[in-house]
Design a protein around this ligand. Structure first.
Ligand SMILES: [Mg+2]
Length: 383
C-alpha cells in the first residue's frame, strides 16, 4: 500500500472555516484529518503541500516514521504551523489504515478503555441572572462539568477587554454559581491567556475555597516558571495545553505539576501519534486529559477515538449551541452523535466520520481574521 495523494480542502459551512486533509492510497482507501491552527490556514496548507511532495509513494502504515520525517526534515524542527499540518496528516493516516483493516481507530491505539467518552460544555450567558439560569439548566440536563464564559470574553471585533473589571465581576459570578448549584458540579472558566500573574492571582483569591474546580489558561504559556509563581499564589487546579504543539511543550507543565488537566488538542499537538505519548506522560503523573475540541466533526471524531483508547480521561469539550451547518449531516453524513453528555464508543471502521467531497467542493472558503482584542488603553491583548 502506498500514499497516492494528499488533498487540502478549506470551506466555510457558516460559523467558521474548516480545513480538512484527505489522504488517498493506491489501493482505494482514504482517510480524513483536520488542522488545528485554522486562523493561519494558508500557512498550514503550504506546509501540507511541502509534505505531499515527499509522502506520495510512501507506505501509509509507517505512521510513526512519517511523524518523525515530517517533524524533523526541515532541519529546524516543529512549531505550531508544522505540527498542525502534521496532525491532519497523522489523523488521516490513522483513519485510512484503520479502514483498510476494517477496525475503528481505537483498535490501533490498544483497544477501547471505556464504553462512553464524557464531555463538558461551556455557557454563553453574559450577565449573572442568565448565567445562573443557564448553569441550572445544564445541571438539570445531566452535565457533570460546566465551563463558564468569563465576563468580557465576547467574540467581537474591536473588543476592549478590561482585566480588572473582568476579574472582579467573574469572581462574583462564580461565587454565586457555586452557591446556586451546590458542591456537586465541576465548574471552571477559560481566561484565554488574557491575564497577568497578578491579575490571575487576584481573581483566584477573591473566591471562597472550593468555588471553582479548574482555571483554564489564565496566563500565556511561553514561560512555565510564570505558571509556577501563579501556582504558589493559588491552590486552584490549572487546565492548560490546547496550544501546545508537541510532547516537548507539555513536558515542563506535566513534570512540574503546572497542568492538572491536559487541554490537549489532537489537531495542534501532532495527531494521534503525539497525543498518545502526551497521554502516557500524563498518566505517569496522574493527570487526566480534558481535550480542546472547537473545530468540526473530524476533530470531534478523532478526539472521541483518543478518549476511547486512553485510561486517563476527564471530559472532551463539546457545545450545546446551534452550530448551523458546521456539523451538518449533508456535509458529514457519518459523524459522532452525542448521547446525553457523552459520545458512545462505536465499532465503525476508521475515525467514524465521512465528508461528502462533492458538497464541500461547492462551499467557498471564507477566512475571517480572529478579533484583535485590546485593553482599555489601546494595547494589545490575546483574543
Ligand atoms: Mg482554552
Amino acid at each position: 500500500m502506498k500514499i497516492a495523494d494528499i488533498q487540502f480542502y478549506s470551506f466555510n459551512p457558516g460559523r467558521r472555516n474548516l480545513e480538512v486533509v484527505r489522504v488517498e492510497s493506491d489501493n482505494g482507501y482514504y482517510g480524513w484529518g483536520e488542522i488545528g491552527l485554522t486562523s493561519r490556514d494558508r500557512a498550514v496548507g503550504g506546509a501540507i503541500s511541502h509534505f505531499r511532495d515527499f509522502l506520495i509513494g510512501q507506505d501509509p502504515r509507517r505512521i510513526g516514521r512519517i511523524w518523525q520525517e515530517t517533524y524533523r526534515s526541515q532541519y529546524f524542527e516543529g512549531g505550531r504551523v508544522l505540527t498542525s499540518a502534521m496532525a491532519a496528516i497523522d489523523i488521516a493516516l490513522h483513519d485510512l489504515v484503520a479502514k483498510s483493516l476494517g477496525v475503528p481507530v481505537y483498535q490501533l491505539l490498544g483497544g477501547k478503555q471505556r464504553e462512553f467518552v464524557p464531555c463538558f460544555v461551556t455557557t454563553n450567558a453574559r450577565n449573572l441572572d442568565d448565567l445562573l439560569e443557564e448553569v441550572k439548566g445544564l445541571v438539570a440536563d445531566g452535565w457533570e462539568c460546566i465551563r463558564t464564559l468569563v465576563w468580557g470574553l465576547w467574540e467581537t471585533e474591536g473588543q476592549v477587554f478590561s482585566p480588572r473589571e473582568s476579574v472582579a465581576i467573574t469572581a462574583e459570578w462564580h461565587t454565586a454559581v457555586r452557591e446556586a448549584v451546590g458542591p456537586g458540579p465541576v465548574i471552571g472558566p477559560d481566561y484565554h491567556h488574557r491575564l497577568s500573574v497578578a491579575e490571575a492571582a487576584s481573581y483566584c483569591q477573591r473566591m471562597p475555597p472550593g468555588t471553582i474546580d479548574f482555571l483554564e489558561e489564565p496566563i500565556r504559556d511561553e514561560t512555565p516558571a510564570a505558571y509556577a509563581v501563579l501556582r504558589s499564589m493559588t491552590d486552584i487546579p490549572f487546565a492548560i495545553g490546547e496550544e501546545f504543539s508537541s510532547k516537548w511543550q507539555f513536558a515542563p507543565y506535566i513534570e512540574q505539576g503546572l497542568t492538572n488537566f491536559a487541554r490537549l488538542d489532537i489537531c495542534n499537538v501532532g495527531g494521534f501519534t503525539e497525543a498518545m505519548k502526551v497521554a502516557g506522560w500524563c498518566e505517569t503523573h496522574y493527570i487526566d486529559l480534558m481535550p480542546h475540541n472547537p473545530l468540526g466533526p473530524v476533530c470531534t471524531a478523532a478526539s472521541v477515538q483518543l478518549g476511547a483508547a486512553v485510561p486517563n480521561w476527564a471530559w472532551l469539550e463539546d457545545r450545546t449551541v446551534d452550530l448551523g451547518r458546521l456539523y451538518s449531516d449533508e456535509i458529514f453524513p457519518v459523524q459522532p452523535k452525542l448521547d446525553g453528555t457523552w459520545y458512545p464508543v462505536l465499532d465503525t471502521p476508521g475515525l467514524g466520520v465521512e465528508i461528502d467531497l462533492d458538497v464541500i467542493k461547492e462551499i467557498p472558503s471564507r477566512q475571517a481574521e480572529t478579533p484583535h482584542t485590546v485593553r482599555p488603553d489601546g494595547s494589545v491583548t490575546n483574543f
